[in-house]
Design a protein around this ligand. Structure first.
Ligand SMILES: Nc1ncnc2c1ncn2[C@@H]1O[C@H](COP(=O)(O)OP(=O)(O)OP(=O)(O)O)[C@@H](O)[C@H]1O
Length: 366
């Protein structure tokens, strides 16, 4: 078990990087605490696999250091890092039985056969692999193969961390939730540091206690699913987390706050001060669809808009509204009043977020 510290870490695949754009990972400082269940969440190409491969030692970073429990490991090859990595596609030996596949990492370490037997049975029990222990791996279904792949990572007592790189990609959708729960259970049982890479927010939030959201080669926020939802530190987090994502407006400062297309949004004094001091022209306000208040008649601070569409999703409804030239979303409960053509919306101050150059004003990295 280990704490994994990324110190001034950056990586460029280019031999002579000329600028930030040549970096797949931009300089970052980050700590994965020992024993945590973490997710690394982000869209395709944001650098998730690059980061994972640097931690496991498959890739040497061009800049900075990786430390396990305070000790630099940059010079160590993967096999000396005691890291288990589970990939998108199962890595197993088809011609071996499931038992021998699970036993392989232990036999490699010259562990006694008695210990091999007890450990393999323990892991088989956890992953429900007992019925297939004697089967040749080639005769397994895709999800059974992936369970064997995971099991190979779990049999060793000495692993510092387990890295999962989109491990459920090949798994049947109906079995995905089962395996996800299994992983969570395994984490609770063994308390190994686990980092789970995915581009799926549901997968990330069901597995992880804390999620690192990656965007453009950077970790733009590291927080609990609730923190990411309630207090997105970057516009990308607002957009990417939640369904639908946050509503954003490009605004300019005015006397009392900010405005867009003649709609005035007053701001709290501290936030207003920061906005007024900024020289940036990239100022946005954001509000999640869940926090937009929808009224059926004009009220103070409410803006008139046209109802474009109502999507009924069973226990809730998503309203698509036209506010000036913006199309915004509001999420309403099934028994809330649903306007048909005209609606009035207001944005409660506590849920209204202000972003300068895409970062939250008053946020973590302001
Ligand atoms: N071997 C490589 N050589 C050059 N560029 C690479 C290499 N591997 C990845 N890249 C680039 O580095 C950036 C990050 O890629 P990476 O695979 O780490 O992202 P990712 O978030 O894991 O994406 P995905 O979810 O699609 O796997 C991308 O722009 C990608 O094109």
């Amino acid at each position: 078990m280990a704490e994994i510290h990324l110190k001034s870490l950056a990586h460029s695949y280019a031999k002579n990087p000329q600028g930030e754009d040549d970096y797949a990972l931009r300089e970052m400082n980050h700590v994965w605490e020992q024993g945590g269940a973490f997710a690394l969440l982000g869209p395709s190409g944001c650098g998730k696999s690059t980061l994972l491969n640097i931690i496991s030692g498959l890739l040497t970073p061009s800049d900075g250091e990786v430390l396990f429990d305070g000790k630099p490991v940059n010079h160590l090859p993967p096999q000396e890092r005691n890291i288990a990595q589970v990939f998108q596609f199962p890595v197993i030996y088809d011609s071996m039985t499931v038992f021998d596949n699970l036993a392989f990492p232990l036999r490699n370490m010259k562990v006694s056969e008695a210990k091999v037997i007890s450990k393999v049975h323990e892991i088989a029990e956890i992953l429900d692999l007992h019925p297939v222990l004697k089967k040749k791996a080639k005769n397994l279904s895709a999800d059974e193969k992936q369970k064997v792949s995971m099991g190979r990572g779990l049999v060793r007592d000495d692993v510092s961390a387990i890295l999962f790189d989109e491990p459920l990609t090949v798994i049947d959708p109906q079995l995905k939730w089962k395996l996800r729960r299994k992983l969570k259970q395994i984490h609770e049982q063994f308390s190994i540091t686990m980092i789970y890479v995915t581009h799926d927010q549901l997968e990330a939030s069901t597995f992880a206690d804390k999620i690192a959201v990656m965007y453009g080669g950077q970790i733009v926020q590291f927080g609990t699913p609730r923190e990411l939802f309630e207090n997105p530190n970057h516009t990308f987090v607002g957009f990417f987390i939640g369904s639908p994502g946050m509503n954003f407006f490009n605004v300019t400062p005015n006397k009392t706050g900010v405005e867009f297309e003649g709609f005035n949004i007053p701001l709290e004094e501290n936030v207003k001060k920061i906005v007024d001091q900024s020289t940036s022209e990239n100022i946005k306000v954001g509000i999640r669809p869940e926090f937009v208040h929808v009224w059926n008649k004009p009220t103070e601070d409410a803006f008139a808009c046209d109802v474009k569409h109502v999507e009924d999703l069973g226990t809730y409804k998503i309203l698509t509204l036209a506010l000036g030239s913006y199309v915004i979303k509001a999420r309403l409960d099934e028994d809330d009043f649903i306007p048909e053509r005209k609606a009035y919306v207001s944005f409660p101050e506590q849920w209204l977020k202000v972003y300068i150059d895409e970062y939250l004003v008053g946020g973590l990295e302001e």
